[in-house]
Design a protein around this ligand. Structure first.
Ligand SMILES: NC(=O)c1ccc[n+]([C@@H]2O[C@H](COP(=O)([O-])OP(=O)(O)OC[C@H]3O[C@@H](n4cnc5c(N)ncnc54)[C@H](OP(=O)(O)O)[C@@H]3O)[C@@H](O)[C@H]2O)c1
Length: 290
C-alpha cells in the first residue's frame, strides 16, 4: 500500500496504518514525529520513496493525501506505478473523481476524515493531532481492500465503511462545512475558535442556504442543523488555523476551487444562484493565487 504525499494527512495515515507497513511517497522523508495531547510522543518510519523513484512493485492500494496543487503529480505517479490499484482519496473538496477517471483501470473510493492534523517541519518532520474525528470510506467490492478491513478490526482503527449513497451525502456535508470554515477564517484571518464571534460568521447562514439546493439537485441532502454542527467543530478545533488559512499565510495556492468553486460550478449546471460562494471563491483566489 502506498500513501501519496508526505504532509500532515499522509504522515497521520502512515502512523495510523503503521501495522500494515505502508510506503510513503513524496518529498519529506521519514522519520515523522507524532504528537497528540495526553499521549506520549511517537515516531514512525515508513518505507519512503521520492516521486521519481521506481517502487519495488505496484501497490494494490493507493491512499491519496496531497493538496489539490499536488494532484497532477499524484495522478502521474499512479499512471506510472499503480495504474490498476484501488485509490482511496482523503483530499478535501470534490471533483478528484472527475480527474482520476482519466485512469481507466483504477478503482476509485472517495473517503473523508474529520480528524484534524497540523504539520510542523522544524528539526524532525512532525504532526500534531489536534482532534480525533472519524474516517469514512465507501464500501467498494474489491478483495484488495480486505487487508484494511481485517487490520482495522484488529487494531480498532474505527474506519466506517458505508454505501456509496451514504458516502456521497457525507462528502457533501463535509464540502459545505469546509466551504464555510475555510474561506471565512481566511478572510477573518483568525483561528477557528474566533470565527463565531467575528462579523463574517453572518455569512455562514447564506453559505448553507445557497449550498443546500445544489446538494439536493445532486441527489443528496444537507442536514437542517448544519450550522450548529459547524459551530461545534469550530469550538472543538478552536486553536487550529484552517488548512486554507495556513496555505494563504504560506503564499501557496488554496483548495478554494475544489470547495466553494465546486459548489459554484455545480450550481451553474442546475441553474441555481450561489452569490456568496462565488464572491468567496474570487476573493480567496486573489489572496492565495488559488
Ligand atoms: N490536515 C488535516 O487535518 C486534513 C483533514 C482532512 C482532509 N485533509 C485534506 O488532505 C489533503 C492533504 O492535506 P494536508 O493537511 O496533508 O496538507 P499538507 O500538510 O500541506 O501536505 C500536502 C501534501 O501535498 C504535497 N504537495 C503540495 N503541492 C504539491 C505539488 N505541486 N506536487 C507534489 N506534491 C505536492 C505536499 O508536498 P510537500 O511536502 O513537498 O509540500 C504534501 O505532501 C488536502 O486535500 C486536505 O484538505 C487534511
Amino acid at each position: 500500500m502506498a500513501i501519496l504525499g508526505t504532509g500532515a494527512m499522509a504522515r497521520y495515515l502512515a502512523y495510523h496504518l503503521d501495522a500494515i507497513h505502508p510506503w510513503i511517497i513524496g518529498r519529506v522523508s521519514p522519520p515523522y514525529q507524532i504528537m497528540e495531547l495526553g499521549r506520549s510522543h511517537q515516531v514512525v518510519q515508513p518505507a519512503y520513496w521520492g516521486w521519481d523513484t521506481l517502487p519495488p512493485h505496484p501497490p494494490d492500494i493507493v491512499l491519496l493525501a496531497v493538496k489539490w496543487r499536488g494532484l497532477s503529480t499524484a495522478q502521474r505517479w499512479i499512471a506510472q506505478h499503480a495504474p490498476q490499484s484501488v485509490v482511496i482519496s482523503f483530499m478535501n473538496g470534490m471533483g478528484q473523481e472527475e480527474i482520476l477517471h482519466e485512469l481507466p483501470h483504477v478503482v476509485l473510493a472517495m473517503g473523508i476524515t474529520t480528524t484534524a492534523i497540523t504539520r510542523q517541519d522544524d528539526n524532525i518532520p512532525t504532526i500534531r493531532i489536534v482532534s480525533r474525528g472519524s474516517t469514512v470510506v465507501p464500501h467498494v467490492a474489491d478483495a484488495r481492500l480486505d487487508v484494511l478491513k481485517t487490520y482495522g478490526n484488529q487494531y480498532h482503527w474505527g474506519w466506517q465503511w458505508v454505501t456509496p449513497g451514504r458516502m456521497q451525502n457525507l462528502r457533501w456535508q463535509k464540502l459545505v462545512q469546509n466551504s464555510i470554515i475555510n474561506p471565512l477564517t481566511v478572510l477573518a484571518n483568525c483561528p477557528n475558535g474566533e470565527l463565531i464571534r467575528h462579523p463574517l460568521w453572518q455569512l455562514a447562514q447564506p453559505l448553507t442556504d445557497e449550498a443546500s439546493p445544489v446538494a439536493r439537485a445532486e441527489g443528496t441532502a444537507i442536514p437542517s442543523d448544519m450550522l450548529a454542527r459547524v459551530a461545534r467543530l469550530l469550538e472543538d478545533t478552536r486553536d487550529n488555523w484552517s488548512s486554507m488559512a495556513q496555505d494563504v499565510h504560506a503564499g501557496l495556492p488554496t483548495e478554494i476551487d475544489a470547495i466553494n468553486g465546486y459548489i459554484v460550478s455545480h450550481a451553474r449546471r442546475h441553474h441555481l444562484l450561489v452569490p456568496t460562494h462565488e464572491a468567496l471563491t474570487v476573493l480567496v483566489s486573489k489572496l492565495g493565487q488559488g
